[in-house]
Design a protein around this ligand. Structure first.
Ligand code: CP
Length: 299
């Protein structure tokens, strides 16, 4: 039994196999491989894309969904623990998809569950299925995952999507540019990981001057919910706003990705620029999640 808690739970071959499977689902979505399966979606933290695309993926595969999008009408309000919730739900479902605000909650769930767990985001830690859809989007738009320049912009401290994506792209000879204010810089543990693997990266605080060589500009939202002090959030919340004008000198093949939701970090004038890819990227989540589920359930 295999869970997907961190993107490092899949090796390079598995990642590529999942991406190939996702492409197959995009070509032919009518593959009811989960007809006899129940999948639980347990969201202890808000979500739009992740939950809805998982539920769409399960529905497209002919499976059934149980779960909750809000703990307020569950027995968690009566004091039921995460352990007891997982032990119970594992009696009902063949797979559990879980989002939780605490880092490590998904790993803990995977250790006690008798069915596979998919981490749909645990605090500022990891969001591995977002990474699968990001990789799928990068491969689809660039024709390869190998040897690309990726600029990661915004909240690199608390943004779990950039942490997972960095780990995955480190398998593909990527050159990273980190663009963040000092307060939201990429954590040392991820920079150390790149140093150990001799993967080049540079760090900047200015956006406009550092995206000319990028194949992918990966924008992120400043994660208000992770700040202990609201004043600290106020200081950095609008630190970067990407406008159309800034894209004039970027590479013709560049695509702008964003895990979404966005707040102010991409101006609406960018939406109609052919370099904007974030809405299609979110749509790719259905194919990537169909493929991840089938991989874990060996379908
Ligand atoms: N990208 C992402 O995780 O979006 P949601 O928070 O809406 O699920």
């Amino acid at each position: 039994m295999k869970s997907l808690v961190s993107i490092t739970d899949f090796n390079k071959q598995e990642i590529l196999a999942v991406l190939e499977r996702a492409a197959d689902f995009e070509k032919n979505i009518d593959q009811p491989l989960l007809r006899d399966k129940v999948v639980a979606t347990l969201f202890f933290e808000p979500s739009t894309r992740t939950r809805l695309s998982f539920e769409t993926a399960i529905g497209r595969l002919g499976g059934h969904v149980i779960g909750f999008s809000d703990t307020s009408n569950t027995s968690i309000t009566k004091g039921e623990t995460l352990k007891d919730t997982i032990m119970m739900v594992a009696n009902y479902a063949d797979l559990i998809v879980m989002r939780h605000p605490l880092e490590g909650a998904a790993r803990y769930a995977a250790e006690i569950s008798r069915v596979p767990i998919i981490n749909a985001g645990d605090g500022a830690n990891q969001h591995p299925t977002q990474t699968l859809l990001d990789l799928y989007s990068i491969q689809k738009t660039q024709g390869t995952l190998e040897g690309l320049n990726i600029a990661m912009v915004g909240d690199l401290k608390y943004g779990r999507t950039v942490h997972s994506l960095l780990q995955a792209m480190s398998l593909f000879r990527t050159r990273f540019t980190f663009i963040a204010p000092q307060e939201l810089a990429m954590p040392q543990e991820y920079k150390n990981l790149l140093r150990e693997k001799n993967i080049p990266f540079d760090e900047h605080t200015d956006l406009a001057d550092n995206i000319a060589n990028a194949d992918i500009i990966y924008m992120t939202r400043v994660q208000r919910e992770r700040f202990l002090d609201p004043m600290e959030y106020e200081k950095v919340k609008n630190v970067y706003v990407l406008h159309n004008k800034m894209l004039e000198k970027t590479k013709p093949n560049v695509k702008i990705l964003h895990p979404l939701p966005r707040v102010n970090e991409i101006a609406p004038d960018v939406d109609s620029n052919p370099k904007a890819y974030y809405f299609t990227q979110a749509g790719n989540g259905v194919f990537a999640r169909m493929a991840a589920i089938c991989h874990l359930l060996e379908k």
